[in-house]
Design a protein around this ligand. Structure first.
Ligand SMILES: [Fe+2]
Length: 278
């Protein structure tokens, strides 16, 4: 497990040490906890993909209750430091009861919401895949029928409403007082969305999802990832610190090997530490 430290200047009153954790994918977390206990962050940021994105095996059980490690991971993080969590694309199927289980761990779930914390405004942007499935699920439920928590079928085409609600949240978040720190699972939103996150007044965006590009090779003077979902071959945003005109993006390589049976190559798992300094 690689530990990476970034030191960033920030318009805040006192230094803040944050840990960025992404892409647990319901794997054991002993080594992560050991790192947190050693580094003692003030703040833990979990930017999505706690679980593996399949509906629960038992339709009557809750996905989060069925997950082996995700909830105990959140409880352990919340005991260690103030913990904020946003959703990833693998959390597409979570229903309200699942979200309640996340909130009961003591971690703060930011589902298109932001909260003030020690001079920061910490926001969590919910992925489009989650919004799309929520719109489909809302259509499946008709009054008076016992609707399944996790309906299956063709989701249909994504409409523009869920995209608009993301824009509405980001518009509000840009107006928040303080240093704006956004948890956004997808690093490609930095440039691909309209408007792209890099053009918004957000001081720091933290992401995961790309798993470092899964395989990494040294090519023409740089280490490069080979593939990332949403970015395709030779993606640009798989790890590291990226500067934008309005703020910065930090991408973690993630905590799990992978959720698919493809091993990493030259690409260790990563815990990112971020020290914000006045
Ligand atoms: Fe992801």
């Amino acid at each position: 497990m690689k530990e990476t430290l970034y030191r960033l200047g920030a318009d805040i009153a006192a230094p803040i040490n944050a840990a960025l954790l992404t892409d647990l994918h319901d794997r054991p977390f002993d080594s992560i906890l050991a790192s947190l206990e050693q580094n003692e962050p003030d703040l833990i940021l979990i930017a999505g993909d706690l679980i593996v994105g399949r509906p629960p095996l038992d339709e009557d059980s809750l996905k989060m209750a069925e997950a082996k490690h995700a909830l105990s991971f959140l409880r352990a993080c919340a005991r260690q430091a103030d913990t904020f969590v946003s959703l990833g694309n693998h959390e597409w199927m979570l229903c309200e009861e699942d979200l309640a289980l996340i909130r009961q761990t003591g971690a703060v779930l930011l589902d298109d919401e932001w909260q003030p914390w020690r001079g920061l405004a910490i926001g969590g942007l919910t992925p489009e895949r989650v919004r799309h499935y929520r719109a489909f699920r809302a259509e499946q439920r008709t009054p008076g029928t016992g609707a399944c928590r996790y309906p299956q079928g063709d989701w249909g085409r994504p409409d523009t409403d869920h995209r608009r609600s993301a824009q509405d949240f980001l518009d509000r978040f840009e107006q928040a007082p303080g240093y704006k720190l956004l948890l956004c699972h997808h690093p490609e939103y930095w440039t691909q969305k309209n408007p792209p996150l890099r053009d918004r007044r957000i001081d720091l965006t933290v992401s995961g999802h790309a798993h470092g590009g899964q395989w990494r090779f040294y090519w023409r003077g740089f280490w490069r990832g080979v593939f990332a979902p949403g970015q395709g071959l030779f993606p640009q945003y798989t790890e590291g610190l990226h500067e934008g005109p309005m703020g910065r993006l930090i991408v973690s390589r993630g905590l799990s090997n992978t959720c698919a049976p493809i091993p990493r190559f030259m690409n260790p798992r990563e815990i990112v530490y971020i020290r914000l300094e006045p």
